[in-house]
Ligand binder design. Structure first.
Ligand code: CDP
Ligand code: CDP
Length: 206
């Protein structure tokens, strides 16, 4: 069983993906980390504006060495969205995501293009959203909890800019697949959102 989860920043897709993976005993891939790692490498080399450098970083990415804690900063979210708009970067990361999804027993993947490009045949697809202000509040708290204090207004502005870039790019834009079920978590706590997501997946399994 492949569960594909897409949605904009801080919609709660990662939390749902982790919870569903634990529930079904499936491996989980947060595909945002791949783009964050490519962005991190480019920033380190001072070559974020260099398309060739980002493709090279994507081609040589060592997935076993990803450090989620170090990658989940606001700066790397922005860098990820810059490199993610490049078709060469997306092409370089395609195979490894498809291989992950093809594991015996299935997998849970979350990102922006899982239901549309990576796993178009996934039986269970969720498109998770929430109002921008709610997402900014969540991200603000999350970053503050990790010691990264950024003004709420700046977090909201970053989220809106990233939404626009991710939705507006020509290569695998953030888009709800026709057969994905929309889940708005704006007014749902984590437990309620998980219960709703589980019900959607169970309905697809039946
Ligand atoms: O957690 P959050 O949604 O803020 O970010 P993320 O999922 O780690 O993704 C960071 C950036 O990577 C996004 O803004 C997208 O530009 C890009 N991304 C993508 O293009 N395709 C994916 N499957 C996953 C992430
Ligand atoms: O993966 P994505 O960027 O879509 O979001 P996430 O990492 O799952 O959630 C972002 C933050 O919002 C986390 O700190 C979650 O605990 C919190 N959250 C929430 O408060 N209520 C929800 N229904 C889902 C997530």
């Amino acid at each position: 069983m492949i569960i594909a989860i897409d949605g904009p920043a801080a919609s709660g897709k990662g939390t749902l993906a982790r919870r569903l993976a634990a529930h079904y005993g499936l491996p989980h891939l947060d595909t945002g980390l791949l783009y964050r790692a490519v962005g991190a490498r480019c920033l380190k080399e001072g070559r974020l504006g260099d398309e060739g450098a980002s493709v090279a970083a994507a081609l040589s990415l060592d997935v076993s060495a990803l450090d989620p804690d170090a990658l989940r900063t606001a700066e790397l979210g922005e860098a990820a969205s810059v490199v993610a708009a490049r078709p060469g970067v997306r092409a370089a990361l395609l195979d490894l995501q498809r291989r992950f999804a093809a594991q015996a027993g299935g997998a849970v993947l979350d990102g922006r293009d899982i239901g549309t490009v990576i796993c178009p045949d996934a039986p269970a697809k969720l498109f998770v959203t929430a109002r921008p202000e709610v997402r900014a509040e969540r991200r603000f708290r999350e970053l503050a909890g990790r010691g990264e204090t950024i003004a709420y207004d700046a977090v909201l502005a970053d989220i809106l800019k990233r939404d626009e870039r991710d939705s507006g790019r020509s290569s695998a834009p953030l888009l709800k697949a026709d057969d994905a079920v929309l889940l708005d978590t704006s007014d749902l706590g984590i437990e309620a959102a998980f219960a709703a997501a589980l019900a959607i997946v169970e309905a697809r399994r039946a």
